[in-house]
Design a protein around this ligand. Sequence first.
Ligand code: ZN
Ligand code: ZN
Length: 343
Amino acid sequence: MLETLSSFYEGLNPVGRTTVITTPILLLAVVVLLVLERKYPYRKGLPFFREGLFLDLFWYTLVQSYFLQILIFGFIIAPLAKHFGAQFHWVSSWPVAAQVGFFVVTHDFYIYWFHRFQHNSAFFWRTHEAHHSGKQVDWLAGSRSHIVEIIINQTIEFAPIILLGANPIVVPIKALIDAVWGMYIHANVDVHSGKLQYVINGPEMHLWHHADHEEVYFANFSTKLAVWDWLFGTAYLPEGRKPIRWGLPYAFPKDYFLQHAFSVVRFDEGALAEKSALFRHYHGVRFRVLSWLGRHVPAAKALQGWEVPDGAPETVARRPDDNPAAAAPVTPAESSRPVNALS
Ligand SMILES: [Zn+2]
Ligand SMILES: [Zn+2]
């Protein structure tokens, strides 16, 4: 058995060998974050089977990531590398750790500005609103990112690693750092990192970024390094206060394909279902599957919808341009499972 494993490992190329090491680390990080979320919750009462968990896990994390990896590496970066060849060896002589550090910092600086731009452009907001659509933010919520957003950001992230002559193992190492840090900043963990929060970004500031509170619509754009927010005047971290409402101030589709369609053309799911039998049928598939699941696995009922905590203030849809009107508030009567949003 051990011999088979070792010959399997020996047969891999350096990238494959690195992936054999990074994958268990990623899974371990998931377990650690899940334990921390249960032990030290930022928002008490957030269930594991929260609304949109299946969407984030199946569609965004597995299906979309799989196909976009093939598209980005196979059809964008590979042709670029073929065209430019090995012309640049800017970082080739550096130690791997220095290469990783260099690409982590430079990409994080880029992503701060692109993210800030997305919040200020009506067009690019459409490629980012899906990321903000979750009402219940946890370790997996960050995976919800529009196809276009991922294609742009990951091409700009990984193409330079290949084109500037970095060691190819920097790709899986960087991907691991992205995944773990991405899960960490969205995790429902009550972190108090003190002065470290000026440098290292975490849930303290990023959970505010996802809040549906007007004061943070244009704040906390950092991903890995919070220093960008503090340097460029967009940091928001009030003492002793937490958000009580997350997500978008307007209705947003819950289905993967409809979420992408909504970025192209605005529609009202209810009105469309009334008009089109085909849409009604497609729209009903999700409901029928979840109802069936809810009857057989009671915990899965949470996947069907979410509740807005009583007393959460309504906000005005002050996001970039032409967005639908604010969603009607959920009345306490409609809310069957109260969520304790305040901790
Ligand atoms: Zn954002
Ligand atoms: Zn986020």
